[in-house]
Design a protein around this ligand. Structure first.
Ligand code: SAH
Ligand code: F3S
Length: 481
């Protein structure tokens, strides 16, 4: 919504008044990728300065914000269901305002206001700093929309309020947007072009986490390996950067190295890696530092060269195998996980078999597997018919899930008898007598609490496993404490 400068100055004054009272309540919930959860922590920080305290109780909220996901149709349906729930709650609390953030906001823009009468506010992923002004509008009785995507915004100057806090592990965003244009994917449209965050602001955020005793940081981006800081701006404009900017640029390997050296006791993770952008330099840096976790999420989507090409994944099956071989030779104990889509347009039984045989080659530790869901506006939606019948998609998906289950079981079993380092994160969901934590490979381990506490690195002897969890007993502290 357009506003004059005068109006926004008045708006700011009003906000300052309310800030003093500090009594508005914000209920914020997130769906979708980790980036959304991380963004909600930025939003909570922006609104904390405006006098909003977060509440876990929907019924108490003055403002309800839902950070949404558009990746598959089902993700959008989930959000629509939540809006129905807010509608029911609003009947008892008519003053409650409802805002939609994230990818669905960006995709549907002001159409959201027509489609969902409960919605007062629609804010895209690059516009969160405008929230105070937009909320002013809403409180004055007008709907407000800002879905402008940015070339620069990285929220590098905002200290997130940690919402899903175990006090041990945290997410730190390092890039925003994605330039890869996979033909099935809505993200480049909803999150805009790729830009990286100033390494100094990343270091400052990690410094703050370390001083608060956090033990693990996950660097986040849609495509982290493509991180490139050259003084700001879009990644795709790097070619026009000055010689000085090019010579002093920081790539992902350098950033990882810097963080790993500065915080030798901090566990470092990163996600997500796109195979075409993962370099040997990054693999070597991982191998060099004990504190960089031996785990790579490396989506493949399909094992068929023809489908990879139609998806605009810019690598072949063989190049992926070469990458896997390089990882395994430099980091033999590295865990690898996948994302796979079944039933992409034109996928044949032969293509599907290629995916199964690729899985047999890699023997992934974990996987995230999905049936293709056509997303409006993507190249695949425009150019290709969603022609694989749902029952075929589902049957192929079931076969892939079953094979992954076998491989995960095999991987888990290989830990039995080993003693592994576990960072303790929380009580086990199933038993208050047991801790739950993760190994460097990102596998969950559950073991009796004994004298250990949250945030300790324990050495745990593994003596059994369930389908997704290792079981064992602590035999001492790790020297990383
Ligand atoms: N680079 C991103 C990928 C985001 S999407 C990241 O940080 O994870 C996550 C996964 O969702 C993709 O790897 C893909 O397997 C799946 N996905 C994306 N678009 C999809 C679609 N249209 N239908 C089904 N699955 C999809
Ligand atoms: Fe989507 Fe491909 Fe980027 S899956 S987020 S366009 S790497």
């Amino acid at each position: 919504m357009e506003k004059t400068i005068d109006e926004s100055i008045q708006g700011q004054a009003l906000v300052l008044d309310q800030k003093k009272e500090n009594k508005r309540k914000l209920f914020i919930e997130s769906y979708g990728c980790q980036m959304n959860f991380s963004d909600s922590e930025i939003v909570a920080s922006i609104l904390e300065k405006e006098g909003f305290n977060t509440t876990q109780n929907l019924e108490d909220a003055d403002l309800v914000l839902v950070n949404t996901c558009s990746i598959r149709e089902k993700a959008e349906q989930t959000v629509r269901k939540r809006l129905e729930k807010y509608n029911a709650v609003k009947k008892n609390n008519p003053k409650m305002k409802v805002g939609v953030l994230g990818c669905m906001a960006e995709r549907l823009k002001s159409k959201f206001l027509e489609e969902e009468k409960i919605v007062d506010l629609v804010v895209g992923p690059d516009a969160y700093k405008d929230l105070p002004n937009l909320i002013e509008e809403v409180e004055a009785g007008r709907n407000a929309v800002n879905v402008i995507l940015s070339k620069e915004e990285t929220y590098g100057d905002i200290s997130p309020v940690r919402l899903q806090d175990n006090g041990v592990s945290a997410f730190v965003s390092i890039t925003r947007g994605c330039d890869n244009m996979c033909t099935f994917c809505v993200v480049p449209f909803t999150r805009g072009r790729e830009r990286s965050r100033d390494p100094q602001s990343i270091m400052k955020e990690i410094d703050d986490l370390v001083s608060k005793n956090y033990k693990e940081v996950t660097l986040l981006g849609q495509n982290v390996d493509s991180y490139l800081w050259y003084g700001g701006g879009l990644k795709r404009d790097f070619k026009h950067a000055s010689e000085f900017q090019k010579a002093t640029a920081t790539n992902f390997a350098k950033l990882l190295d810097m963080v790993a050296i500065k915080y030798p006791k901090l566990r470092l993770r990163f996600t997500t890696s796109n195979p075409q952008d993962m370099t040997m330099e990054v693999i070597d840096i991982m191998a060099k530092h004990r504190n960089i976790c031996k785990y790579i999420h490396l989506p493949i989507q399909s094992g068929s060269d023809r489908i990879l090409k139609a998806m605009n994944r810019l690598h072949t099956r063989q190049e992926y195998f070469d990458l896997i071989d390089n990882i395994k030779s430099r980091i033999p104990d590295c865990a690898i996980s996948q994302d796979i889509i079944t039933g992409f347009p034109t996928e044949t039984e032969e293509d599907h078999k290629d995916t199964l045989s690729l899985m047999e080659y890699v023997q992934y530790d974990y996987g995230f597997m999905f049936a293709y869901s056509e997303r409006p506006g993507t190249l695949a939606a425009k150019k290709m018919e969603d022609d694989i019948p749902l029952d075929v998609k589902k049957r192929r998906l079931a076969e892939i899930i079953e094979l992954q289950r076998k491989h995960s079981e095999f991987r888990h079993n290989s830990f039995i008898g080993q003693t592994v380092e576990v960072l303790i994160e929380k009580s086990s969901k199933k038993s208050s007598e047991h801790w739950s934590g993760r190994t460097t490979q990102n596998t969950v381990v559950v073991f009796p609490k004994d004298q250990y506490k949250i945030g300790d690195f324990a050495m745990v002897k593994i003596d059994g496993c369930t389908s997704a969890t290792l079981l064992g007993n602590a035999v001492g502290y790790s020297d990383n404490n």
